[in-house]
Design a protein around this ligand. Structure first.
Ligand code: 5GP
Length: 116
């Protein structure tokens, strides 16, 4: 089993990559919703947050520290940003390969809207 993100991680598909190590890879989202929109992806194929185990805690921890580092590099650490992980249908997940969105560079508004 492979995913479009696994092909980006391996270099088989092109991307605007901004970071890679032995656990995670980060690249710019193809359809950005803000001036900074980076995806931080596990190198290992983990479909959703539901599939995580304690053995993956090094990966999820690295995703957070890489997000912090990239936010600093993007110059958005002080202005602020949002980290998002979508899960399954109600979460709006489109690509079933664990990834965190790092979004910033403009005011992002409230996190969610109340349903009328
Ligand atoms: P999700 O909805 O699964 O949390 O987010 C998937 C994200 O992946 C979307 O923001 C979408 O724009 C991005 N995306 C989908 N395909 C590609 C691709 O081939 N390259 C890049 N760089 N981003 C992609």
């Amino acid at each position: 089993m492979t995913t479009i993100f696994a092909k980006i991680v391996s270099g088989e598909l092109p991307s605007k990559m901004v970071y890679q190590d032995e656990l995670v890879t980060a690249f710019r989202d193809i359809n950005p919703i803000a001036p900074t929109h980076i995806l931080i992806v596990s190198n290992k194929i983990i479909p959703t947050v539901n599939d995580l185990t304690e053995d993956d805690e090094k990966i999820t921890g690295r995703m957070m520290t890489v997000a912090k580092k990239l936010a600093e590099e993007e110059g958005i650490a002080e202005s602020g940003y949002r980290l998002i992980i979508n899960c399954n249908g109600h979460g709006g997940q489109e690509v079933f390969h664990l990834h965190m969105h790092l979004v910033g560079g403009r005011p992002l508004g409230p996190m969610l809207y109340h349903q009328k």
